[in-house]
Design a protein around this ligand. Structure first.
Ligand code: AHR
Length: 333
């Protein structure tokens, strides 16, 4: 009897010990799993051009929001409009051993050396917004950004429709262009030129570099008004910021933007859309800054060693005085 009691007591001890072991095993396994998950969180180095426009701020916000949504750690660097700052930022990302580098190149030339360093460190690079000029296709994984050529073409096509509607026989255009040697500047210029090329009424009086900045937009407009005055029929500006800088100068010179001069802009930020609705801008070609979702999804694929598409363009529209814009949703930038 005493033996039986002893055995059942020792059986209980064994069962208890086993239960403790199983619990300990599960706890350890769980702990390991969450540590592993933590270790796998992607670290993304993002070199942004600067804060020159509402578009750029909207793009930075979207990248930050989407990184959080996708559980990605974002190392953000603002280059303050300087290529050398972007190169230094990319070098810091390499030294930090980030998983993926994303950058929006201010201009197209001059990236090969630093991108070769990223390649040697086995860090994939995503170009966001703008492209680079290189003979080495293997330096970057892909480009996620607008089709700037198409935007320029849409601007030119709008102008032809507007000139037809107004019955214009001669159309004198001034162009305020974006940062020299940047993708949007070159492509928006080429697309616009190609669209109006076959139309004998169209003449580009001058193209002037406004660097995508509001202050430069105003300065360029003053120069153009001094030179050409009432000869100007159209202002084609490569972004909203420069357009918003140019409009008060046109008014100060005694002209009514949107009536005496046709105003065409690119981006589609809220302020420009409001001015379009007020009649001082005639057409805004959309360029969306909301590229974060595609960037995060692509970064995850690259980290997992999956193939990605080499070029991803977002869908974009045209807003103009040809449409009823009263129900247009808030732009969010
Ligand atoms: O690269 C996109 C362009 O850069 C946007 O049109 C402009 O507003 C920005 O500064």
């Amino acid at each position: 009897m005493a033996d039986k009691m002893k055995r059942s007591k020792s059986n209980r001890v064994i069962v208890l010990a086993l239960a403790i072991c199983v619990a300990a095993f599960f706890l350890a396994a769980c702990g390991k799993k969450s540590a592993k998950k933590g270790e796998q969180k992607i670290l993304l180095g993002f070199s942004q051009i600067g804060a020159e426009s509402a578009w750029r701020l909207g793009n930075t916000n979207d990248m930050e929001e989407k990184a959080e949504e996708y559980g990605i750690n974002l190392m953000y660097e603002n280059a303050n409009q300087k290529q050398e700052n972007q190169i230094a930022a990319i070098r810091r990302f390499i030294a930090y051993k980030v998983d993926v580098i994303v950058f929006s190149p201010i201009v197209e030339d001059g990236w090969d050396n630093v991108l070769m360093e990223a390649k040697e460190a086995n860090i994939p690079v995503i170009l966001v917004d703008r492209d680079i000029n290189t003979d080495r296709e293997d330096l970057t994984a892909c480009l996620i950004g607008a089709d700037f050529y198409e935007e320029g073409r849409k601007a030119g096509e709008y102008l032809i429709r507007k000139a037809d509607a107004l019955g214009l026989e001669e159309v004198n255009i001034v162009e305020i262009s974006g940062t020299e040697n940047s993708t949007p500047m070159m492509q928006r210029q080429a697309g616009f030129k190609d669209a109006i090329d076959g139309d004998q009424r169209m003449h580009i009086l001058e193209s002037i570099d406004g660097d995508f900045l509001k202050s430069r937009g105003a300065e360029c407009m003053r120069i153009l008004l001094d030179k050409y005055g009432d000869k100007i029929d159209v202002v084609y500006s490569h972004n909203d910021e420069m357009t918003l800088g140019a409009l008060p100068e046109i008014e100060k010179a005694g002209f009514q933007p949107g009536k005496d001069m046709i105003i065409i802009s690119i981006d589609g930020g809220q302020e420009a859309i409001d001015v379009l609705k007020s009649g001082k801008i005639n057409c805004v070609v959309e360029c969306t800054p909301k590229l974060g979702k595609e960037v995060m999804e692509t970064a995850i694929k690259l980290k997992n060693g999956e193939q990605v598409e080499s070029v991803i363009h977002p869908e974009e529209q045209v807003f103009s005085d040809e449409q009823d814009l009263s129900n247009l949703a808030p732009r969010g930038y």
